[in-house]
Design a protein around this ligand. Structure first.
Ligand SMILES: C[S@@+](CC[C@H](N)C(=O)[O-])C[C@H]1O[C@@H](n2cnc3c(N)ncnc32)[C@H](O)[C@@H]1O
Length: 277
């Protein structure tokens, strides 16, 4: 994005995690401050033997495979919280290829994401964009209920966004509110940043946190497998369980060695019971 075309109300000097992620994925919807912050993260990760671009691609790959899988299982309603900027394959494109009647509600708290999403979706009758903050999940569910029927199965997607909420108890409360909104046959697809305990150099982790602290989202919290597993309490965890994002239902056996030290953990859970049609 050329720095001179800054939409009204946007401060291009404050990095946005949505635009940093867009940069990791090779997108063009980012400003200089986003690129500089992202490059710092790329460097810190490289010094730790990791590769943030591979991590972002692995996460995005999980998200696409997860929503396709759920659509193939028959779900026709999707709530994607922390949507991110449009990229190659967006949730509505993936699920509407499986079933064109699928409805998708996109939610984000970044105004630029909302502007792009609205432009992309202008002609798509099954998709809706809602401004919302994950830290107020009740408001999100209320707004989404204008478009989705929560008495029938909905797939709630929270990919690479919960780690921007710092307080562990708050994250647990958010996830439990979202899980409680699921009808039998509904799904939770979730991914979250993690670092293998032996790979985490505290100095570098602090440095990376410092970069994210200067972003509009205000820092990042990596969490461990047990914590992420707990987010699926009460749900039937689909095989292969909680795994690094690149391993979830991926037929491509190649795993970049840089991903061995951490990245994004991912899983999909289903609320048991017969789905009402
Ligand atoms: C790393 S991107 C992930 C995008 C997409 N979910 C994916 O996995 O490819 C994180 C997204 O979450 C959004 N986000 C961060 N904090 C949020 C919050 N509190 N409420 C809603 N969205 C948030 C950011 O604006 C950004 O679009």
């Amino acid at each position: 994005m050329a720095d001179e075309h800054v939409p009204q109300g946007i401060d291009p000097t404050v990095p946005s995690v949505a635009r940093m992620y867009d940069y990791y994925l090779g997108g063009k919807d980012n400003f200089r401050a986003d690129r500089e912050a992202a490059e710092q993260i790329v460097r810190i990760a490289r010094e730790s033997g990791s590769d943030v671009r591979e991590i972002a691609r692995a996460n995005r790959g999980f998200l696409i495979r997860a929503v396709r899988h759920v659509a193939e299982a028959g779900v026709r309603q999707f709530l994607d919280i922390g949507t991110g900027l449009p990229t190659q394959d967006n949730v509505h494109q993936v699920v509407q290829r499986v079933a064109p009647e699928s409805k998708v509600v996109y939610v984000d708290n970044d105004p630029i994401v909302l502007v792009h999403a609205q432009a992309l979706l202008a002609d798509n009758p099954g998709t809706f964009v809602v401004e919302g903050d994950l830290r107020r999940p009740g408001d999100i569910l209320k707004a989404a209920a204008a478009h989705l029927d929560f008495d029938r199965p909905v797939a709630i997607v929270v990919a690479a966004v919960l780690h921007f909420v710092q307080d562990d108890d708050e994250v647990a409360r958010i996830v439990s509110t979202l899980r409680d909104a699921l009808a039998p046959g509904g799904y939770l697809a979730l991914s979250h940043g993690y670092i293998e305990p032996e790979a985490g150099d505290p100095g570098r982790i602090d440095e990376a946190r410092g970069v994210y602290r200067r972003s509009a989202s205000g820092s990042i919290a990596w969490r461990d497998r047990e914590t992420v597993r707990g987010y699926f309490d009460g749900l039937e965890l689909l095989e292969p369980g909680i795994v690094p994002a690149q391993e979830w239902h991926n037929d491509d056996p190649y795993v970049p060695p840089e991903l061995a030290k951490g990245g994004v953990l991912a899983g999909v859970g289903r609320l048991p019971g017969p789905a009402s049609s």
